[in-house]
Design a protein around this ligand. Sequence first.
Ligand code: GLN
Length: 286
Amino acid sequence: MTEKLKTGARLSQQLRAAVICLQAASPSPRVDAELLLAHVLARPRSYLYAWPERALTKMELGAYADCIDRRVRGEPVAHLTGRREFWSLDLEVTADTLVPRPETEGLVEFALERIPTGAHWQLADLGTGTGTVALAVAKERPTCRMLAADISTGALAVARRNARRLQIPNIDFVRSNWLAGFRDSSFDMVLCNPPYVADIDPCLVDGDLRFEPSGALASGPEGLDDLRRVITGASTVLRSGGWLVLEHGTDQGKTVRTLLETNGYTEATTRRDLAGHERISAARQG
Ligand code: GLN
């Protein structure tokens, strides 16, 4: 397929050829082609527009053709570039972690609306992955202390590197299976984007999701196993009046609110994502 990429051709032509290769495989062929070419050239995306006449060297062309081939086979762009932007933070991403998604910015917004500026709150992010949620919230609320937990040592290593590179000092990391490793019971807020896709959901064997860790995506027959665990467990580590803020599947809002209420939480409320689907729910420890 990538024989369409030619030695000697200009950047603009290479990009057009790559878009054609990616059309069937990706919902965003142009953006993918640009991000991958910018990655191969180790330049910002704007460089592609500043130097459309520049030709690729043989080595650059080989590297680009390899990236395009892998993307055509379904590998996420973020795995190929090793990077994904979230909340204006440039995050390192590896195959050990879920690729940060735009809908998770709603979780960060929802949390920030509830944490007063200058507060000295104890926060926790469960299943932190690349550190996505923990890093964004800790950066916006530097007077708070964040404990970011994950069961995966690979993910924790990535999250730690992100915190160090982005110089966000108010985060500690701990390896924990959800709340198993937690001793403190005075958290002001627990945040969590757990796996919530049903085990049998066909999207798991399609597209980019095939390349992401299934432990970060799938959670039992209805996708609710980990949401249940977190809702039950968080009530033991939250102070009275403390917040639990969760991301969940678009069809799980009602069930999550019911689970929150039956576990003694109050003020359960849900927010929709940009596509208009219920996506984030929060409640207070009663
Ligand atoms: N929103 C993701 C998806 O549907 C799932 C992320 C998750 O399970 N936390 O692709």
